[in-house]
Structures are given as C-alpha cells and as structure tokens.
Design a protein around this ligand. Structure first.
Ligand SMILES: *Cc1c(COP(=O)(O)O)cnc(C)c1O
Length: 402
C-alpha cells in the first residue's frame, strides 16, 4: 500500500497525530462530511467534474519551469519551480476550494464558511463559491484585513461577506476561532471549508487529497525535464497544504529528500516566528493533535511571519508524523532571507513570488549552494506576489538591497 492509501486511519490519525477533538454538537456534522467525502472521492461524476474545472477554468496542469539564472546565481544544484502561482486566483488554494465547494453542493449546502490569513484562501473560496453559485462568508483577522487589503476588496467584488476577527492578536488563529463559531451556529445550511491540511478529521485528509494533484503532475513533468526524479523537493509550510500537495507525489520514493520550510520571522524567541515543527511540542489545538507552539499556560502562542499565510502556531498532523518518522526534513527561513529571495526571483526569473513562497525559494537557494551541479531541487512556488508588492516596497525599498 502507498503512503496515501495507508494514512490517515479511519479515525483520522497519522500515527499519534491528527484525530478529531471537537465539541459534541460538531460530531454529527463532521461525520456527515466524512461520509459524503468517502462516498464521492472515487465516484466518476465527482472526479470528472473536478478534472473538468481544473483543466478548463483553473488553468491546470501548471508548468514546471527551470530557473536557469537563479541556478547560475547560486552556483550549485539545478533549481526547478512548480508554478502554482499560475493557478487562477494566484495560488495553490483553488485546488482544494473547487473540490470543497463541489462537495458542499453534493451535500445540498447553501453556504460556505472559512477563515483566511493572507486572504488567499478567502479569495479562492469566494471564487469557487461564485462559480458554483453558493453563498460565501469569510472570517479574517483585523490586522490581516489592513495588511492584505487588495484581497479583501477582491473577496467583496466576488460577492463574499467579510467578518472581521477583533479579539486577541487579530490574525489567522483568531479568524479560525471566529469561523468555527459561525459554523456551529448554522451547521444545517452551511459547511466549513478549512484552508489547509489542518483541523479535525476529515479535513487534513481531504485537503491533502485535493492538493495531491500538485505532486502527481510534478512527478510526470519533472521526468520530462530530467528523465529522473528530483533529488530534493522544497515547499514552505504554514498549515502545510502546498507542501503536502507536492510531497504526495514523492513520499514513497525514498531517494527524494523532502524539505518543509518554516518561517523564522524575526528570530528564535517565542512570538518572533511561526516555526511550529522546529520549536513546538505535541498538543491539541483547533480540533487536532499535532506539534504546536505554546505559551507558558499551554495555550497557542503568539506567532509572527512576514508571510501572513504561514503565521500559524500549529501544523498539519501529517507533517508532524512525517517529520517524526524521519521521512521529511524541516528547514528555516527568516523574513530578511524571504525578502531577498522575493527580489532575486523577480529580477533573475521575471517571477514575483508570494512572500510565503519566497521562504521556499530562499531555502532552496541556500541548499543549492551546498550541492553539486548534477543535483536537482524542485521548489513548489505556491503563489504569486501581487498581493505583497505594496507591503514589500514600503518596508524593504529596492535601494536597500545588497
Ligand atoms: C496560504 C498560502 C500558503 C500557506 O499555506 P499552506 O497550507 O502551508 O500551503 C503558502 N503560500 C501561499 C501563496 C499561500 O497563499
């Protein structure tokens, strides 16, 4: 059996990680979602519909590009990019949003509810909801609403209702709390669409399955380029969906090294970063057991990253499991390295990456320099950087570049 077939188990566990820790009122609705998903995941009608929208609406397959100038600049291993930035809406998130909304339709729901950090999940879900004719309600931290304003406007134009999360640090974690609460009040009409491989079972499995298209395409496309598998695959990890998506194509190929890159932000102290796998410990948050960053009381710690889509104090349970098993490795990238990679990729390759994706690029650049020229690195370029350009140019002017 392959890894994807073997995990998670029936209760949603990847080893000791995952599961479902939810209030009793949510048990039935989540069982309903699990049952519906298990019924349709292999149905021809569902897969045909998904394949149709991916090809004729979303822009898949996305290409793999050889980053020749970046490779020469780093002076080591060859760097390739899986171009998830070329998805409609500009990131990998539409991969699971289109599928989640098809599932919602199948369940007869009228409305989709979700949280968003950088606004990318919100835009993707609002897009899918518009396409399929469902209502959409997006919860977003007040701080992120200010920082990611262009995406807020996009969601509103697409017809979504925005609900600001005004408590605590007013970022992604608070948005999740707020969205959960709204869903609890309206489980009959609505469905909660999680934005990553996190949350209670079945979401880590479902979102992983929907994102696995990245890895399955990549494997075939990389063989076309190099006639062999990549030596290394690198992806940034917030909740972990784009990373699980690309890893899915290679987990059973033991010769391929898999790197999840976490945001080191401003430094190693608690509150300055969001590197859950690196500095966290086992614990339950948002309904699942994983490796999380805790404060002195054991509650979710405050986190920070320049990439607002990756500042989350926990991580998908499958990542915790794969790291624990030694199958994946974890890399780090701080704000400054991410911004440097943001400019390098823009100026050397003509691709402006999302700040989240720039973390993976920065780590790949460091890794490439340590490897010989016959080695290869495949980077998942999870999204494009249009949403970040105002923030970057204001805070890291081009003149300051080394
Ligand atoms: C949301 C987002 C991420 C982080 O989410 P994962 O679930 O860790 O993939 C990374 N990159 C981009 C461009 C995003 O929008």
């Amino acid at each position: 059996m392959t890894h994807l077939e073997s995990y998670p188990d029936e209760k949603g566990y990847f080893g000791k990680f995952g599961g479902s820790f939810i209030p009793p009122q949510l048990e039935l609705p989540f069982q309903e979602i699990t049952k519906a998903y298990n019924e349709i995941k292999n149905s021809k009608a569902f897969l045909d519909e998904l394949q149709y929208v991916r090809k004729h609406y979303q822009g898949r397959p996305t290409p793999i590009s050889y980053a020749k100038s970046l490779t020469q600049f780093c002076g080591g291993a060859k760097i390739y990019l899986k171009r998830e930035d070329l998805n409609h809406t500009g990131a990998h998130k539409l991969n699971h949003c289109m599928a989640e909304v098809i599932l919602a339709k199948h369940l007869g729901k009228k409305k989709v509810i979700a949280e968003t950090g950088a606004g990318q999940h919100g835009v993707a879900l609002a897009t899918a909801a518009a396409y399929f004719g469902l209502e959409c309600e997006i919860h977003m931290g007040e701080v992120d609403i200010k920082k990611e304003y262009p995406n807020v406007v996009r969601m509103k134009i697409l017809g979504a209702k925005i609900v600001p999360a005004t408590h605590g640090l007013k970022t992604l974690k608070e948005a999740v709390d707020s969205a959960f609460e709204a869903y609890l009040g309206d489980t009959d009409n609505s469905i909660y669409c999680i934005g990553s491989v996190v949350g209670p079972h079945p979401f880590p499995m479902m979102v992983r399955d929907f994102q696995s298209v990245i890895g399955l395409e990549s494997k075939e496309q990389f063989l076309e380029h190099e006639n062999r598998l990549p030596d290394n695959v690198v992806a940034c990890v917030g909740g972990g969906s784009n990373a699980m998506g690309i890893f899915s194509g290679f987990i059973d190929d033991k010769e391929v090294d898999l790197y999840g890159v976490e945001p080191l932000g401003k430094g190693e102290s608690l509150g300055e970063h969001a590197a859950s796998l690196t500095y966290g410990s086992e614990g339950v948050m948002h309904g699942f057991n994983s490796i999380m960053l805790k404060d002195e009381k054991g509650d979710p710690a405050p986190v920070y990253s320049i990439g607002s889509g990756i500042d989350y104090p926990s991580v998908g349970p499958e990542h915790a499991f794969l790291m624990d098993k030694g199958r994946t490795k974890v890399g780090l990238c701080n704000d400054e390295e991410a911004v440097d990679a943001f400019y390098k990729l823009s100026q050397l390759e003509g691709i402006i990456p999302a700040l989240e994706s720039a973390h993976a690029v920065a780590y790949a650049m460091k890794l490439a320099a340590t490897l010989s020229k016959d080695k290869t690195i495949l980077v998942n370029l999870s999204g494009r950087g249009d949403k970040d350009i105002d923030f970057v140019i204001e805070n890291y002017p081009i003149a300051n570049l080394k």
